[in-house]
Design a protein around this ligand. Structure first.
Ligand SMILES: [Zn+2]
Length: 274
């Protein structure tokens, strides 16, 4: 990517007669540039409809991303559950690719009380199986492992940068989750630049020029994420994040997951472009 794009998680609330197609057109009408397809509960777009979504996105010059299903645990104890998780990842990735999406984010699993190194090994092995199937089929979408909002969930920044070095799965950096997971840290300019410096050290300039980012206001406790909030109702220091993004010259997509997604996406775009 050559610049940073801003958009909504799902169809903008202001879309009249909501559908994926009209949502994409509304993203463009609002002056935003990207939209995330929400496959979080189920894959919501049929195989037959996917080419139309791809064309509408191209016609409107809107980049599509996707959020994969929540019901995934690549570290589940039962083999059957791990297999079902992989199948959900594969199906969602295929369909998102058919819709022309460039990136798809997943929460990969839970530690379930096991030590982090063991969990890392298990998840990496399962992920490699998923990426092999998709690669063999020619599905070219970038898979992303998202930084998660609770300390019980696999996916701190270091784990995901390590995964990205060892597999083809890139990170989706959810700054609200990093903030919530650490019970209020990762909220100053220096902490944000530390995150971006780590990305650059581990993944190079390419890592900074191909970012899939999530941001929202967020409520949290010692146990991590509670719920998303609008940015102005939260303590999320979005002005400093925006400055860090500018100073590092990053590119990619910023998907706003606030309850008022389009308003906060526009606020972020305005803050970023100045
Ligand atoms: Zn997520």
């Amino acid at each position: 990517m050559h610049k940073l794009l801003f958009g909504t998680a799902g169809i903008p609330a202001s879309t009249r007669k909501p559908s994926t197609e009209s949502g994409i057109a509304q993203v463009r009408a609002l002056g935003l540039d990207c939209m995330e397809l929400e496959f979080v509960h189920t894959v919501t777009i049929s195989k037959e409809k996917a080419p139309l979504i791809k064309r509408v996105a191209q016609d409107n010059d809107v980049v599509l991303t996707c959020h994969g299903p929540y019901y995934i645990n690549l570290n589940a104890l039962e083999k059957q559950k791990r297999e079902a998780s992989k199948q959900r990842m594969i199906s969602a990735s295929r369909r998102a690719w058919e819709c022309g999406a460039w990136s798809i984010a997943f929460h990969l699993g839970f530690y379930l009380g096991k030590d982090k190194a063991t969990v890392y090994g298990t998840i990496k092995q399962e992920l490699n199986e998923v990426t092999k199937v998709l690669h063999d089929e020619g599905v070219g979408i970038t898979l992303r492992a998202e930084t998660t909002g609770k300390p019980t969930q696999f996916g701190d920044l270091d784990e995901l940068l390590h995964i990205a070095q060892e597999t083809s799965v890139m990170p989706c950096i959810d700054f609200a989750h990093l903030h919530a997971r650490t019970n209020g840290k990762v909220n100053t300019y220096d902490e944000f630049t530390d995150v971006l410096t780590k990305v650059e050290v581990k993944l190079g300039k390419d890592g900074l020029r191909n970012m899939h980012i999530h941001l929202a206001g967020i409520a949290y406790s010692i146990k991590g994420e509670r719920n998303h909030l609008n940015l102005k109702d939260s303590d999320m220091n979005y002005e400093s994040i925006s400055k860090a993004w500018n100073d590092f010259g990053i590119a990619g997509t910023v998907i706003c997951e606030s309850p008022n997604s389009e308003e906060d996406a526009l606020l972020l775009k305005k803050t970023y472009t100045g």
